[in-house]
Design a protein around this ligand. Structure first.
Ligand code: PA5
Length: 424
């Protein structure tokens, strides 16, 4: 099967090969430290071997649980935030029909905000429906999913009865500790474990990502197979990407914009932002991860990227083959003067927009990296996830930070709890 590819030729006008090679050397040392388990944060390296270690038993258990819920429920609410949300959301969005032709229950997400309106509307939408809850929290104590779970469970028990509700709830959490583990055991919910040595943002290939993807009816075996395939490649792709972005960073390109030309990839970029932002942004260091959806945002952010501050570089994720084929029709009147496009595939217009934008942005001073995905499938997404995870860990190593902790996210929580009157 074809692998994703990386093209950084459009970075070379901005950094020379020696500079990239220097960062590649540092990256090699970081990769070695990851493989030997001597890097910072080395108690969180479980993700490295995860794809190859997921056994038949675990995959079958996830599929069986998803199948059971798919039969019973018309909607499943996946409750989680950050690493307990974005990977699953990325795959479900990428694989779903944009206009909601579901082949099973509708999978929706909650617990990733504390908006009263969002929760109210969700509960109103679920009124009278048979719904399931897949609640995901490694710590089992995160405020956003915990509040959402309280509300959802209350409504589910009121609608379905306590006994039936138990069969419609699945919890994914730590094997022993945390409030969610305690209530899952007490109530007898089905449970899956998030391994101790896998942090939230590296957990997409654990039940955290796999169960919601299976609930939505997508192929978790292909997702895992893609990651296994990427893990088997010698690491050069991830190493190159990490080296190139660090060479750019040292030259003052401090913001990386991940670009897609397919709105289905919007949440892949959100997942990527969390991965790199939480892993690298510490000790006053790190490339700021941003994202845009093109061509949509060419009509808004395109101006800034072309002519604003010159501290940006772009990484385009380009999907080589769309799923479907559609031609631009001829128009007898040709009022819009677009008949020169008639008979061309819509994707050809998209690809030429991509190429034209790439040329313009490079000319305007924005270095450009390009990742090519052969097609938008579970298999390619699995490759992409593993490629990025490894690159992020290497990149963190080059920067000299611990890519597996997130001490900075505690500050807002302390203030919020104090303001809400929590007793110490
Ligand atoms: O990457 C991380 O570790 C975080 O983003 C967590 O995933 C997020 O805070 C959710 O944590 P938990 O799964 O403990 O509810």
């Amino acid at each position: 099967m074809k692998r994703i590819e990386l093209d950084y030729s459009k970075v070379l006008p901005f950094v020379d090969t020696d500079e990239i090679n220097g960062q590649r050397e540092a990256g090699r040392a970081a990769l070695e430290a990851l493989r030997e388990g001597t890097c910072k944060g080395n108690d969180f390296l479980g993700w490295m071997d995860l794809p190859a270690e997921i056994g038949e038993e675990e995959l079958a258990a996830v599929e069986e649980c998803a199948g059971r819920l798919r039969e019973r429920a018309e909607v499943v609410v996946v409750v989680g935030i950050g690493g307990s949300y974005l990977g699953a959301k990325a795959v479900v969005e990428a694989m779903s029909d944009s206009f909601g032709a579901f082949s099973g229950p509708r999978v929706i997400f909650a617990g990733n905000n504390v908006s009263e309106d969002y929760m109210y509307e969700l509960l109103r939408y679920l009124k009278g429906k048979v719904f399931g809850i897949c609640v995901i929290s490694k710590s089992g104590t995160t405020t956003e999913p915990a509040v959402a779970f309280r509300l959802l469970r209350e409504q589910l028990e009121a609608q379905a009865g306590k006994e039936e509700a138990r069969k419609l709830i699945v919890a994914i959490t730590d094997k022993a500790k945390g409030a969610l583990r305690v209530s899952a055991e007490r109530e007898g919910y089905a449970t899956f474990v998030i391994p101790d040595n896998v942090g939230g943002r590296y957990s997409v290939l654990t039940p955290v990502g796999l169960l919601p993807v299976a609930l939505a009816g997508f192929d978790i075996r292909s997702l895992v197979a893609g990651a296994v395939d990427m893990r088997a490649c010698p690491g050069d792709l991830s190493l190159d990407y990490a080296a190139v972005r660090n060479a750019l960073y040292r030259k003052g390109f401090t913001t990386e914009i991940t670009v897609n030309y397919n709105p289905k990839l919007h949440y892949v970029a959100e997942w990527w932002k969390q991965l790199f932002g939480e892993s690298e942004g510490k000790e006053n260091k790190g490339i700021f991860p941003a994202s845009v959806d093109f061509t949509t945002d060419l009509h808004s952010m395109g101006q800034y990227i072309q002519q604003g501050r010159r501290d940006l570089f772009e990484t385009v994720i380009s999907v080589e083959r769309p799923r479907y084929e559609l031609l631009v029709p001829e128009d007898a009147e040709n009022l819009d003067k677009l008949n020169f496009l008639a008979g061309k595939r819509v994707d050809e217009v998209n690809k030429m927009a991509e190429l034209g934008t790439r040329m313009a942005h490079v000319e305007g001073g924005v270095p450009n990296i390009r990742i090519v995905m052969p097609e938008l499938t579970e298999y390619c997404l699995g490759q992409l996830f593993y490629f990025y995870e490894l690159a992020c860990a290497i990149s963190g190593g080059i920067l000299g930070v611990n890519a597996f902790d997130q001490p900075g996210v505690e500050a807002y929580k302390r203030n919020m709890f104090k303001l809400l009157g929590k007793q110490e």
